[in-house]
Unconditional design. Sequence first.
Length: 456
Amino acid sequence: MAKLWGGRFTKETNKQVDAFTASIGFDRQLAKEDIEGSLAHVQMLGECGIVSTEEAETIQNGLKTILAKIESGNVEFLTEHEDIHMNIEKMLIDEIGAVGGKLHTGRSRNDQVATDMHLYMRKKTKRLIELVEHVQYALLSQAKENIETILPGYTHLQRAQPISFAHHLMAYFWMFERDKDRLRDSLKRINWLPLGAGALAGTTFPINRKRVAELLDFDFVYPNSMDAVSDRDFVVEALSICSLMMVHMSRLSEELVTWSSQEFQFVELDDAFCTGSSIMPQKKNPDVPELLRGKTGRVFGHLVGMLTVLKGLPLAYNKDMQEDKEGIFDTVNTLEGALDLLAPILETLTVKKDNMRKAVTQDYSNATDMADYLATKGLPFRQAHEVTGKVVLYAIEHGKYLLDLTLDEFREFSSLFEEDIFDILAPENVMRARHSQGGTGPDQIKIQIQLAESKL
Ligand code: ARG
């Protein structure tokens, strides 16, 4: 089969080389972006008199016909034509004749593919922003239901201090808020237009890059043609933002797995989002959070893969850069799938408030408040800490929790203890007392929730 670049060649390409170098198997996903870019390019060629207005129109109509055919699944992409760009150009020439060959005037596949990738990243970044907001809405609505739901807060996975479940969930809200911020910020750089850079050095034709930028809604034209065709920073950035988003989803997933275990029994995942065991009839497995956690690995892999592809490349375009695609496509698909499931999992989560509440009566997570109590009465905090530590040790040795002790027992350790210590140590009061800005006290959570709502 004749190649579009076949003029200089005397032999057919080795079949294995065709298969090895072709990207059509995956870059067919860029068909729409490729045609979008071509439509703007040829529009500009017509306006600048580089092709005639009629030719531009014929080419545009041809491209639209091809897009419709692709969308209806009515085309066959050929490995011999290597990639989406040449497959579409070949289809165009077949569709409208030799004039189709004028489309590639003043451009190269190098600035073309870079433009396609920018258009793809823009579309997908906007989609990810939407999806992460769905997760934020889910977190927010669970949080609103659980402002007064008390459970142990942990450090080192040891019971630390009682907190509100809303507070715990809202911590994730803010992680996703930063992710959203990063995605939005990345759009600034995604919105740089490479088209018009040619192969690497610009073009001899009197093109108008600003006009193409306007047609494709880009904010900025790459000022350097070599940078334009060899830049994949925006892909690395997307992979890095997605990696961090996976970290956040993975941490939350880990909590869901733990909380839904027999040992914790703090939450129950909806049946619709769990799976069973082929042998153990009693099992209800949290496969989805587990897979969210597991898929984090492949996303990190794609980030490292892309950084590695780029690190030794001389300017400008190198075929290595074709390796930018599968990783980012897989990453975006993974993120879309993950975010899309996380939102309903959170929405349908059953919160076992009684179990959470019970947990804080069976631990020493109110000990800090005893130390604070003594410190408020004038004992230096370090001494208050020491006294409280001794009370905790005494309680453990006697198989009791702090609230099981009598006032007389307390007073053995310090004469500062009075009847009000029992109120101070009640888990609800322990939680409520943390009303410093950003703390777990209900008044602070309400302020936090208000602020969160203003971000959506
Ligand atoms: N399929 C190629 C890629 O994805 C398109 C650009 C090819 N450019 C070239 N000079 N061979 O990177």
